[in-house]
Design a protein around this ligand. Structure first.
Ligand code: HEC
Length: 149
């Protein structure tokens, strides 16, 4: 009986998580190796363009050779983490860029999805924007605690 119960519970769990991961890597299209970690998101999104024509955030959000757009510096993982996690928007009162465990409540997500109540415009400025799969990964990183990993 005990074995049967374990089997019934564990099999759907395993199938479900494998199913999710396969779907995730399919969906992340122009960045197939994108992982829900700070270092991966920085390397593949913040500091790199991709084949969809999306520009690197650090083209504008850097202090290398310019003043960072909106004062937001995303030039490397350590700088981006310090600028984003638990940090307030300079332009929208009361908004926090990344609220660990709350992707919907994170202003970074709202700016990347172009929600109607943001101040300014959808990011990256002028598009192309992140794909649904790329957004899933960013959301998963925040939902699982926005670790500095
Ligand atoms: C071509 C330049 C450019 C690119 C590329 C760009 N941004 Fe921006 N970003 C801006 C400017 C200018 C602003 C200020 C105006 C606004 O908020 O719409 C801004 C504002 C922001 C804000 C809000 C800052 C605040 O204090 O409220 C966030 C968050 C942001 N950008 C994230 C990103 C991310 C993440 C990327 C890459 C996926 C990106 N941006 C790409 C120019 C850019």
């Amino acid at each position: 009986m005990r074995h049967l119960r374990l089997f019934v519970c564990a099999v759907p769990l395993v199938l479900f998580s494998v199913g999710c991961d396969e779907k995730l890597s399919d969906l992340t299209g122009p960045t197939p190796d994108l992982q829900p970690t700070m270092s991966s998101i920085t390397a593949q999104i913040f500091t790199n363009a991709d084949s969809s024509g999306r520009r690197a955030c650090s083209g504008c959000h850097t202090d290398v050779g310019r003043t960072p757009a909106a004062g937001l510096n995303l030039k490397d993982a350590a700088t981006a983490y310090a600028a984003l996690v638990g940090r307030p928007s300079a332009r929208k009162a009361g908004a926090t860029f990344v609220v660990p465990g709350d992707a919907d409540g994170s202003y970074l997500v709202q700016k990347l999805e172009g929600r109607t109540d943001i101040v300014g415009v959808r990011m990256p400025l002028g598009g192309p924007y992140l794909t649904d799969g790329q957004m899933l990964v960013v959301r998963r990183w925040i939902q699982s605690g926005a670790k500095n990993d």
